[in-house]
Design a protein around this ligand. Structure first.
Ligand SMILES: *Cc1c(COP(=O)(O)O)cnc(C)c1O
Length: 286
């Protein structure tokens, strides 16, 4: 069962609720982040909190006073005896609150959810998954908003079961998946959209670091929809998915329709190097 920190205490999530007056409910004003906990230790926590701060700023939510509190709330829970080997996900949220001051939100609410992780299955990790094309530009690419409606609709409308949806601008530039970053491999290079056109994915950044360290060539530009037929491989990255091979986008088969060697090498490198981004709590000196 999930736990939630709200208003100064940790409770079962069923006991927590937001007022209907909150602008996250009324107007969809809310941002969040999602941090993986491996065996009690957060992965890349500082990078996620930095991004959360940018998401709030980009949405007009005034979160300067809230941001410094998340670290203690998260470690406070992880350090309880029963959570010492917690393997799951932590999600800090900042909502618009009740006050809309000409498109800025000076009195946000915030809470943190601690939950189990819904990882892709072994078959999905090994065999790859499919995406539905979504011909739409995601507004405010640098903001991790709680509103996923525009990414969810194409999944619901897809004729076959599909794992996710892929944003493609009306000009045919592929940006990102609904909740992950997207990469193709073509002509010996790994190609992915630049930050700014897409969210600053923490996993994306780590994968680009590992790719460069291991001699892969990387090109940061939007892959084109027309290139999909010529791609040898494709994959997505995200906190929960880590590296997940893509074998089809809509009716277009990627490569030979099976996960390729680059995706598999990066899956492996991620696991092997995970330790480098684990952030153990540094106790403050009294
Ligand atoms: C969360 C998310 C990502 C992936 O970011 P990570 O930090 O790697 O989890 C990418 N794109 C969108 C739109 C997202 O919401």
């Amino acid at each position: 069962m999930a736990t939630c920190w709200y208003n100064g205490k940790y409770s079962p999530i069923e006991e927590c609720s937001l007022p209907f007056s909150d602008l996250s409910i009324q107007r969809g004003v809310g941002v969040f982040d999602s941090i993986r906990i491996y065996e009690g230790t957060p992965f890349a926590l500082s990078l996620h909190l930095e991004r959360l701060s940018e998401s709030a700023a980009g949405s007009g939510i005034k979160a300067e006073d809230i941001m410094p509190r998340f670290s203690d709330i998260i470690y406070g829970w992880l350090e309880r005896e029963e959570n010492k080997s917690f393997d799951g996900i932590v999600k800090p949220y900042i909502t618009g609150g009740d006050v809309n001051d000409k498109g800025t939100f000076p009195q946000p609410r915030f809470f943190v959810i601690f939950d189990e992780v819904h990882k892709p299955t072994k078959e999905e990790q090994k065999g790859g998954v499919t995406l539905a094309p979504n011909h739409l530009a995601r507004p405010l690419p640098l903001v991790k908003t709680t509103n996923y409606l525009f990414g969810l609709i194409p999944i619901g409308r897809a004729e076959q079961k599909t794992f996710g949806s892929l944003y493609i601008t009306p000009e045919g530039e592929i940006t990102e998946e609904m909740s992950s970053n997207f990469f193709i491999c073509r002509g010996g290079k790994i190609i992915t959209a630049p930050v700014g056109k897409v969210l600053n994915g923490v996993t994306r950044g780590i994968i680009l670091t590992l790719a460069a360290e291991n001699g892969f060539k990387v090109e940061e530009r939007c892959p084109l929809e027309s290139e999909l037929t010529e791609a040898d491989e494709a994959f997505i990255t995200g906190t929960v998915k880590e590296v997940l091979p893509i074998i089809r986008v809509g009716s277009v088969k990627i490569g030979n329709g099976r996960p390729g060697p680059v995706s598999q090498a990066l899956q492996h490198l991620f696991v092997k190097n995970k330790e480098r981004w684990l952030e153990r709590h540094v106790q403050k000196k009294a």
